[in-house]
Design a protein around this ligand. Structure first.
Ligand code: C2O
Ligand code: CU
Ligand code: CU
Length: 500
């Protein structure tokens, strides 16, 4: 494994005043003891970074008799990050918020209390639920001090998988997610895979100023899409995981970063991808590297081999801003996101992963309509004559419906990106089946709710607008771009067939 240079460590750690330089070895991530320090090797010889505390799991709330009811407080929070006290935002004081564990067919009731000093609301990213009323309605606005009762009903055939929740009040989404407002939603898998344990890894990024407050982003950073100096897993810097050789674990990974693409590697270990975003593949796929755009989730099997492995993200070039602002928009390398120590007695191999029925495939079937959406960055499109972030030439207006579709229909959308930067395209409520990227056909029926549009490239997707009618949004999931206006409104109209 290539040793990390001190410069890279500084870039990725960004600890500034809190970091302690140890000889020539690099940064020591000071972890002030604290409960649950990991067993196993204390440091990471590969890159000279001390391993942090044992990876924590957020509190998990499970549905009982088909219902999960909870109160969620969005407010300022205090966190210990890499030995520093940080003032962030959080749901119920946590970074991340509690994990909501549900089954298909369940009802989720969330009483959201706004303890922030600006409006907020709640979005259940990836869930196939109604976009109307007090369900997954992105137009709800909750003023500071107010609360709102959400009520979501999952269809009985809702795909299993990892989803997540975060605020969605246009204009402040990036600030609030960057500040720490995110949590996971797990829909149980009806066909469990034999594993030693499951872990949730919510990867987020954050920049703290000298006083431990979340740094604000300037105009140029927002246009490029801000990337935090600290990259955290479950709110922790370089947490430690202990596994025994031969053990198989199931990792559910969320890219909760505002703009950072994660090109993840865990060299020396065997990785198999079970699914991306919603649902599961027919059979696991061997992978060496995993690219998660902002908003994407991975369902990953890790089979452990003796030794110490480092979960890291490699650099990803997501293009550059055009025009006068110029600069590159690069997701930098992270160094160690987490350190995995594999030691102890070897265990016997886990049983084979049961096959799943093949995913529904819309390719080759009929489509009701075809349309084209063009994502662009141009001068003069936005307010104040700055760089405009547009879809089909328009910046977001919640009072306008940009795309009207027939409820129950299947559409094909050609998503074109004319800008010199990647944009991860996200649609609420209805997952998209990826048909092709840059003209290259997808090799299987892949269902995603975030599809990357390469710089000066395109993707073609098919969408079944089934089960729900109503108005919701699609947008770039570089949340700064969404706040800058790269979002549109879609409305599914008409009677739905076959009520449940
Ligand atoms: Cu994860 Cu509309 O967002
Ligand atoms: Cu979403
Ligand atoms: Cu974008």
């Amino acid at each position: 494994m290539k040793p990390i240079t001190r410069r890279t460590a500084l870039t990725m750690g960004g600890l500034g005043v809190a970091g302690t330089v140890v000889g020539g070895a690099g940064l020591l991530w000071t972890s002030q003891g604290g409960p649950g320090r990991a067993a196993g090797p204390a440091g990471n010889p590969a890159d000279g970074l001390a391993t942090g505390d044992a990876l924590r799991q957020p509190a998990e709330l499970r549905s009982v008799d088909g219902v999960l009811e909870l109160r969620l407080d969005a407010a300022a929070a205090t966190a210990r990050i890499g030995g520093r006290t940080a003032t962030t935002l959080g749901y119920n004081g946590g970074l991340p918020g509690p994990t909501l564990r549900l089954r298909a067919g369940d009802r989720l009731r969330v009483s959201l209390h706004n303890g922030l000093n600006e409006p907020t609301n709640l979005h259940t990213h990836g869930l196939h639920v109604s976009p109307e009323g007090n369900a997954d309605n992105p137009f709800v606005m909750i003023e500071p001090g107010d609360s709102f009762d959400y009520d979501y009903r999952l269809p009985a055939d809702h795909p299993p998988g990892l989803y997540w929740y975060h605020p969605h009040h246009h204009g402040v989404v990036a600030d609030q997610v960057f500040g720490g407002l995110y949590g996971a939603i797990l829909i149980d898998d009806p066909d469990p895979v034999e594993v030693a344990r499951e872990r949730l890894l919510i990867i987020s990024d954050l920049t703290l100023d000298g006083s431990g407050r979340v740094a604000s982003a300037g105009r140029a950073e927002r246009m490029a899409g801000r990337e935090g100096e600290l990259v955290l897993v479950n709110g922790q810097l370089n947490p430690a995981l202990g596994i025994r050789p031969g053990e198989r674990e199931r990792w559910r990974i969320v890219n909760a970063c505002v703009s950072r693409y994660l090109r993840l590697r865990l060299d020396g270990q065997t990785l198999q991808l079970l699914g991306l975003d919603s649902g599961r593949f027919e059979a696991p796929r061997d992978v060496e590297e995993l690219l998660l755009a902002p908003g994407n989730r991975a369902d990953l099997l890790v089979t452990a081999a003796e030794g110490t492995a480092v979960l890291r993200a490699l650099p990803y070039d997501r293009g550059r801003m055009g025009g006068m602002m110029g600069g590159p928009a690069r997701s930098t390398a992270t160094g160690s996101l987490a350190t995995v120590a594999v030691s102890g007695d070897a265990v016997a191999a886990a049983s084979a992963v049961p096959r799943r029925p093949a995913a529904r495939d819309l390719r080759g079937g009929p489509v009701t309509a075809r349309r084209e959406l063009t994502l662009a960055m141009g001068m003069g499109g936005g307010m104040g004559g700055g760089m405009g972030f547009t879809i089909n030439g328009e910046t977001f207006d919640g009072g306008r419906v940009d795309t009207t579709v027939q409820a129950g229909s299947v559409e094909e959308w050609l998503l074109t990106n004319t800008s010199p930067m990647d944009h991860p395209f996200h649609l609420h409520v209805w997952p998209m089946q990826l048909v092709e990227t840059n003209g290259r056909p997808a090799d299987s029926a892949a269902w995603q709710d975030v599809v990357n549009l390469p710089a000066r490239g395109s993707a073609r997707v098919r969408i079944a607008f089934e089960d729900f009618a109503g108005r919701t949004v699609y947008h770039c999931h570089i949340l700064d771009h969404e706040d800058l206006g790269m979002m549109g409104v879609v409305e599914a109209r008409g009677a739905l067939t076959a009520p449940e």
